[in-house]
Design a protein around this ligand. Sequence first.
Ligand SMILES: CC(C)(COP(=O)(O)OP(=O)(O)OC[C@H]1O[C@@H](n2cnc3c(N)ncnc32)[C@H](O)[C@@H]1OP(=O)(O)O)[C@@H](O)C(=O)NCCC(=O)NCCS
Length: 145
Amino acid sequence: MTPLVFLEIAHGTPEYLQELALRDEVLRRPLGLVLTDGDVSNDAEQLHFGLFDADGSLTACVVAVPATLSKAKIRQMAVSPALQSQGLGRRLMEALEKELRARGFHEFELHARRSAEGFYHRLGYTTEGGEFTEVTIPHVKMLKR
Ligand SMILES: CC(C)(COP(=O)(O)OP(=O)(O)OC[C@H]1O[C@@H](n2cnc3c(N)ncnc32)[C@H](O)[C@@H]1OP(=O)(O)O)[C@@H](O)C(=O)NCCC(=O)NCCS
């Protein structure tokens, strides 16, 4: 297995700038969009994590938002395009959930792109409610308790 390290990313650091670049590349450019000030306006209050390779390059990132004392919302999940479908997304989500459980969160919620719904299903998330549009594409709300 690739020796990747799971690390928290502090806001405003060079690692955070790598995260912004990855979010823009993976989550916005393919939709013909760019990461906007609105997308990052609450970043300083949110929890950022990534999988880094031995050179310190960010391979995958995710953001968690405490919603209540026990519930966290997960957003901005992205794996570097060249490294997708190699288990990194699963590794990052499992490490994130372990970290969040250690911080007292035991309920996770996210808005999944329809195209990624199967990924979250495999990780034990269930779909709740109907489809809605975000960043121009169909999404569903998913939960894991
Ligand atoms: C979706 C994404 C995060 C998944 O990460 P990944 O590293 O490619 O996925 P993994 O290799 O860890 O896959 C884990 C499991 O989910 C499955 N899977 C991965 N992507 C899937 C998808 N889009 N649909 C259905 N199943 C998927 C894999 O087959 C694998 O199944 P297994 O463990 O039973 O063998 C990644 O592909 C990505 O960044 N995609 C573009 C951005 C995006 O859609 N982000 C999510 C926004 S909600």
